[in-house]
Each structure stands twice: as structure tokens, then as C-alpha cells.
Design a protein around this ligand. Sequence first.
Ligand code: NG1
Ligand code: ZN
Length: 550
Amino acid sequence: EEQRLLLLHSSSLFFPPQGVKLSYGTAGFRADASILKSTVHRVGILAALRSLKTQSVVGLMITASHNKVTDNGVKIVDPSGGMLTQEWEPFADQLASAQTPEALLSLITEFVEKEKIPLDGVQSAEILLGRDTRPSGESLLEAAKQGISSILGAIALDLGILTTPQLHWMVRARNKGMKATEPAYFEQISSSFRCLVDLIPNETKSSKMDNTVVVDGADGVGGEKLEVLKSMLTSLVIEVRNTGKGGGLLNDGVGADYVQKEKVVPRGFCSNDVGLRCASLDGDADRLVYFSLPTSSSRKIDLVDGDKILSLFALFIKEQLSILTKEGTEKLDNSYHARLGVIQTAYANGASTDYLKQSGLEVIFTPTGVKHLHEKAAQFDIGIYFEANGHGTILFSESWLSWLEARNNELGLASEGSEQQKAALRLLSVSKLINQAVGDALSCLLLVEVILQHKGWSIHKWNELYQDLPSRQLKVKVVDRTAVATANAETVAISPPGIQEAIDAETAKYPKGRCFIRPSGTEDVIRVYAEASTQEAADSLAGSVAKIVD
Ligand code: NG1
Ligand code: ZN
């Protein structure tokens, strides 16, 4: 009864927006910040229920990532550090659209019963809260706290302004019984970076590689965190621009999404930067792309996107694995051959997929959204996933990691300092540097940098791994985006009827043409992606398919 009254009272303070239906899309709820309060309040309730159900710590992040500053969003981090289980998403949708406190209460009561959630006030729940730098974040965080405290036994721990991946990392760490503070995060990634630097072969160590990277912080949270991190590193100089402190507007003409989609120089970069190795984070620092300015005369950039980061990582891991498992002289247990898999979505550039396959890698496709990629990657001993937009990470299975630890110890006794042992140490360090909970621009940046140093590669050399096929992405505003449904990892539109045939007919007109459409999970649009042998052809294919959709 006390619980009932608490919920009724708390929800009577938050009115759901009229005439809009929000849904838990690709990455939680997202909308204009002004209509989000009641949704965030309810997600607070949901997070508390999730924590009770799993008897573990969960997270709640307030961010709208790469979207405009006036938008915001909210999502739940599951105990593993990954996204909220998809099984709970429909319930999240129902909660968000309940019209009255009574309707909300009856939904919750029913769900608690069905899921057997111990909502008795005896069990406790704990939720870690984080938010990005958006001005609306503070008051939305307050709404989340009120939602959480309307569940008996639930407590919220406000961690302040964080990158999204930091919060994911901390939830995972907490549930593993590890220290889950920001200093612990910085310590882990900087020390594993230093280990990898120490293991750089002497031949490349002496090469005159430029160890400076210029980073566009998108005027978001990433820049300020990078300033802290960079002071803990040696052998790498990081220059941060668009830190948010210079008055620049978040994600406005800056950031990974802008750079990847528009393929032009972001604000804060100029002709003096020609030839430098540059990188862009997105607004909550879970995406990373690289670029360079080829000439001072145009705004165009040479983009090094998520697919190429993936390729660089895959190449490095594969190399280290083959050193590790090379038939050595010692009779040691070489038997655990890691299953290595690479996960992409339909947005991956076709040239990247060809390259990866030619390099002997197993490539798998999933629908858009990290939750899908992550799930697939977790099925491998080493699963590397990336979206073309720069969101991705490397997952290591527990069983292979414990084998690797043991192997490293054996090698340490039998052949300390051997090539094999160095390979084992490198792989162990990668598993600590890279964020195992979710794609993380900061840890990916450090891994890219140390691999380039390891190989003695410039950004140009890296970019030449393969040449991207020209591509074009468009968005089309439609009345009802749910009218489009897709199959086969979103490569085929199964409704409305006839639309796929029309797309196929258009695509057939272009050499190397590839095109697909899908409803966005974060914006009210249909996305069109086209690829072809020339930029003009890709533009024209995307344009005509956009007309079909319209
Ligand atoms: P939607 O709006 O569902 O396309 C976008 C990105 C996703 C993912 C999410 C979450 C593209 C084409 N889509 O999803 O890859 O990053 O945002 O932020 O880049
Ligand atoms: Zn993001």
C-alpha cells in the first residue's frame, strides 16, 4: 500500500506529453528535451525495477548523443554494462505512453507480477546516474531521481557529467566487484595503453612517426574527459579542440556524426591543419572517426570511418593471434585457437567488407544498433564490431581470456620476453584498454594511436588499406515511418509491398550499386543509403530511391 501511494503521488507530478508517442528505439528514448520529463521519470522507475529484478546495479544515462543540443534522451544500462535487455523494451514503451498515474500503476503492478520482481521494500536496488553536457540534463536527472525514489528500497547514485561509455564501464565494473570510479576508469585505460606502448617493436619505435593527434570534441563531454586522460599518457600528444569551453554549440558543425555524414572539415579546423592526423568524437563520446585535410583549398576531408578503425583493429588482433599460436619450440598448450569474428551492419562500406573477407576474417551482419552488434560479437572468443559511424569495440570471452592469462604466465616462465609472450601481453592489454561494455571513443582513440605507432603507419598509410566505395545517405521525412519494415539485417524492405522491387530496379541501373532503406530508431525519418562506383552515381541512386520513399 505504501508503495502504491508513493508511485501514485510521484507520477502525479509528471504529465506525459500529449499527442506524441515515444518509443525505446535504437538507443533509448530520444526527443526534444522539453517533452521528456515524464518519460525520464518513468525510466527511473523502470531502472529501479530492473535493478530489483536482477539484484544488481544498473545505470541510467541522460544523453542524446550526436543529436542537436535541444534534444535529449534516456536509456538504461543493464548489469552487464550493455544495453537494456530487448525483452523489456516493449514494457518501456507501455510505461512511457500511460496516460494517467492510475494507468501507470496498473501497468507496473501487472509487470511486477509477471516478472516476479521482489518489490517488497526489503530488497534494495541501486542505480548509477550519468548525463552529458546538455543544459536540459540537470532537470531531467532530477526527474529520474524522483522516479527511482518512488520505488521502495531503490537508491540513486549521481555520478554527474560522464561520457556514455564511462557509465557503461562503471556499471559493469561495479557488478564485477571492481572499483567503479572515474579515476579507476582513467587508470585502467591509461595503464594498458602504456603497456602497449612498451611492447612496440624496436624497429618502429625509432621511426620518425608523428605522435600528435588533433581531436574534435564536438563541444561535448568527450573533450573535457580527454583533457584529463591525456595528462596520464606519455608518447602521445593530444590536442583537443571544440571542448565546449569556447562557447561552441554541441554537435553543431562539429563531431563524429557531422564529419562522417557530411565528409567536410568541422568547425575549429583550418588550412593550417592540412596533413595532420585528426579525429572527431560525438556528443557523448561513444563514437570516433578519423580524418585528414588533403588540401587547403577545399572543405572536403579524407574520412577514415568506423569500418577502417574496425579493419585496423582486426588486422592487429589477427597478427598477434598468429604470433601467439605459431608453432613454437616449447611444448606448451597451443590448443585454444580463438574464434575471431567481425560484425558489421548494412551501412558498412562494401569495400570494407570485401577487404575483411579477403583478409580471411569471418564477417557477420546484424541490424543497426549496438544492441544487435554487441550480442553477436559476444558469441565469439574475440568479436570486433563497428558501425560505419564510428561506434564499436572488441569483446573477449571470459574463457579465452583466462586461457590467455594462463598462457601468458607459462610463456613468462618458459620464454620471458619472447615474441609469443609479447603477443600474449599485447592481447591482454587490448582487452583492458578497450571498453568491454560498449563502444568508447576514448579507449578506441588510444588503441588506434598505439597500433599506428606499433606499425609505424601514418593516417594515409592506414587509409590506403582499401578505398571506400562512394556512398550517400539521405533522410526522408514521412508521415508514418513504421510503414517500412525490413528483413535480412535491414538489407531488404518487406513492406510497403512493391517498394523493394522498385529499389532493386533503380539499383540495377548502377555499376556496383547497392541501396537499402530503413526507419530510423532515433529520429522520425526513413534513412536511405546508396553506394555505387562514382559519387555522382551514389548521389543519384540515393536521390531516386528517396523519391520512391516519399
Ligand atoms: P538510427 O537513427 O536508428 O539510424 C542512429 C545510427 C545508429 C546508432 C544510433 C544510436 C546511423 C545510420 N544510425 O540510429 O548506427 O548509432 O543512432 O545513436 O548512423
Ligand atoms: Zn553517441
